[in-house]
Design a protein around this ligand. Sequence first.
Ligand code: ATP
Length: 309
Amino acid sequence: VFQLSVPLNFLGSVYRELRQSLLDMETLFNLQKVNVTVKEVANPRPLALTKGGEIRFENVQFGYNTNRPILKNLSMTIPAGKKVAIVGPSGCGKSTILRLLFRSYDVQGGKIFIDGQDIKEVSLDSLRQSIGVVPQDTPLFNATIEHNIRYGRIDASPEDVRKAAQRAQIHDHISRLPEGYDTKVGERGLMISGGEKQRLAVSRLLLKDPPLLFFDEATSALDTYTEQTVMQNINSILKEKKRTSLFVAHRLRTIFDSDIIFVLRDGVVAEQGTHPELLELKGLYAELWSAQEVTLGQDPELERNLDEE
Ligand code: ATP
């Protein structure tokens, strides 16, 4: 009896952790707050990433209320393995695009394809397993820092947890805490700053290492220097592993090196191209860029990067 109970307990705890990590993703997208209407088709097939994760929006229409469309006729292709950014005025629907991809909501018109498969036709589980998100605000659990990062991948080794934290520029900070990785965080634990929270979220994502990575204002609370270092680490991982990544960003300096930048306005893609192409266009992007450029003079590192472009 004793011999049996050990593995059963172990399985029980793995099951609880698994459930918790699923809940985690749902919390991230505030699923509990919305009337969830997404349904699976009968006998859905798992998503097969046969082309390395190409994402295609075809005439997508969506609104949270029927009388107020957010995405009106959105078409765009995010090539597999590329770094892509979505920019545009506040409230234009950038985060909504990520929620549609995760199927927190379904499109009301048009289609979204991943590697040629309509995301409505594949199993929800396989879709969501393929996606990792750093959302605008990451919930932390009342658990240790180690656990909070490990939600990314519950079977990760302690070394992997630390490696992910290093790449997210939070390892040194954690190591200096009296209890290190055993420090409790969350509502009843250590108060941590918005920037530290974001870096924990990035650690979690790097540990999960999904084929599709979404960053929703993921570094907005970091200072310029830390933001650049975290971005450089993320960029080198994305390049090395050829992951498809989608960045929603206000600060254009975090995304100016993207392979493609989509500029959203009034529910459609108003402009698209690389940073130099969009500047050349002298449209909305060029306007946003010059509005932000005012602060560039204080940022020699960025100027150097731009010169190398
Ligand atoms: P920001 O840059 O300010 O983060 P965004 O471009 O990411 O904005 P979204 O968060 O996608 O914008 O929201 C698009 C619009 O939909 C906004 O006007 C927002 O107020 C509205 N909206 C977002 N979530 C909901 C919701 N759950 N119910 C109703 N309206 C919503």
